[in-house]
Write a protein that binds this ligand. Structure first.
Ligand code: F6P
Length: 327
């Protein structure tokens, strides 16, 4: 056994923020890779919320059987307000001492990573694994759950197109993404949408919505697909506006939380597994306070303080380029 391994023996694992398909695959891989390298793994229930309440129990390899293919997170998750306070963070560090946890792996989004960073500043070593359907973790090109959520949305939109086409209607579909348009943009490409609206890029109703729909009609299209990211605004009102301004019969559908559920795709199972193995290997090698990220086709790890200063966004060029096939 490597001498550095003695520093960390007991590892806690929790899921936090919105759940994402593939989180179970990540927990399973943490437990099994952890066991392979000689660590003891403890599941922390209900995210940071359960951490503060001491909802912590050891997980063995059999506890994670039959979890790989399941959506959601069997450890459950929460959005914890009290964790945002200094007192909450101190309490969690104390709880880690009580349960003899030497490090904690946090599977979640940027908000959860800020919580993890606060723990690390008080001396509890952490590793973050990116998990959110929105793909909006700034330091990583991929987040667990994104592929499954896009496939779920794509299948629903293919169905909506059938009926829109039969009735020569416009189907306005809201996909998830309060602050990020990654799902909207790439689902729009996958579904051949006429228009996509995302929170990152300001849009003009006439130029970016109404005119492209008239142009599509004049080109002889029989249906019109408009994808709207959740963060853009009131999708129902947009549908009314489209009908009023274009005369095209329009219907709105909000896909909502169904995008968060379901059995993870092969991509999400693989990414979750590789990222979790990497997280355990960071702890094995004494690389503490890291965020596991996907960059340039590789799973790697970044210093948590630096990772939280990273930025990524969708540019106007990317958006325009995605729309050139909607002719
Ligand atoms: O987890 C990300 C996300 O699904 C966003 O796309 C969405 O805006 C938000 O979570 C919804 O959160 P909640 O489940 O708390 O309603």
């Amino acid at each position: 056994m490597d001498s550095r391994q003695k520093v960390v023996k007991n590892i806690g694992v929790l899921t936090s923020g919105g759940d994402a398909p593939g989180m179970n695959a990540a927990i399973r891989a943490v437990v099994r890779a952890g066991s392979y390298y000689g660590f003891r793994i403890f599941g922390i229930r209900r995210g940071f919320h359960g951490f503060l309440k001491g909802e912590i129990a050891e997980l063995n390899n059999r506890d994670v059987s039959e979890k790989l293919q399941r959506g959601g997170t069997f450890l459950q998750t929460a959005r914890s307000e009290s964790f945002n306070t200094e007192e909450g963070v101190r309490k969690a560090v104390q709880m880690a001492k009580t349960f003899e946890l030497d490090a904690v792996i946090v599977i979640g989004g940027d908000g959860s990573f800020r919580g993890a960073r606060d723990l690390s500043r008080l001396g509890l070593p952490v590793i973050g694994i990116p998990g959110t359907i929105d793909n909006d973790i700034q330091c990583s090109g991929y987040t667990i759950g994104y592929d499954t959520a896009m496939n779920t949305a794509m299948e629903a939109i293919d169905k909506l197109r059938d009926t829109a086409s039969s009735h020569e209607r416009c189907s306005i579909i809201e996909v998830m993404g309060r602050h990020a348009g990654y799902i909207a943009l790439n689902v729009a490409i996958s579904c051949g949408a006429e228009v996509v609206l995302i929170p990152e890029i300001p849009f003009n109703i006439d130029k970016d919505l109404i005119k492209p729909l008239f142009e599509a009609k004049n080109r002889g299209k029989k249906h019109y697909i408009v994808i709207v990211a959740e963060g853009v605004g009131d999708t129902m009102k947009l549908a009314e506006l489209i009908q009023e301004r274009t005369g095209i019969d329009s219907r709105a559908t909000i896909l909502g939380h169904l995008q968060r559920g379901g059995s993870p795709s092969t991509r999400d199972r693989q990414m979750a597994s590789y990222m979790a193995i990497h997280a355990i290997e960071c702890l094995r090698d004494g690389r503490l306070n890291r965020i596991v990220a996907y960059k340039g086709g590789k799973v790697l790890d970044l210093d948590i303080e630096e990772a939280l200063t990273a930025t990524k966004t969708i540019t106007r060029e990317e958006l325009d380029r995605a729309m050139i096939l909607s002719l």
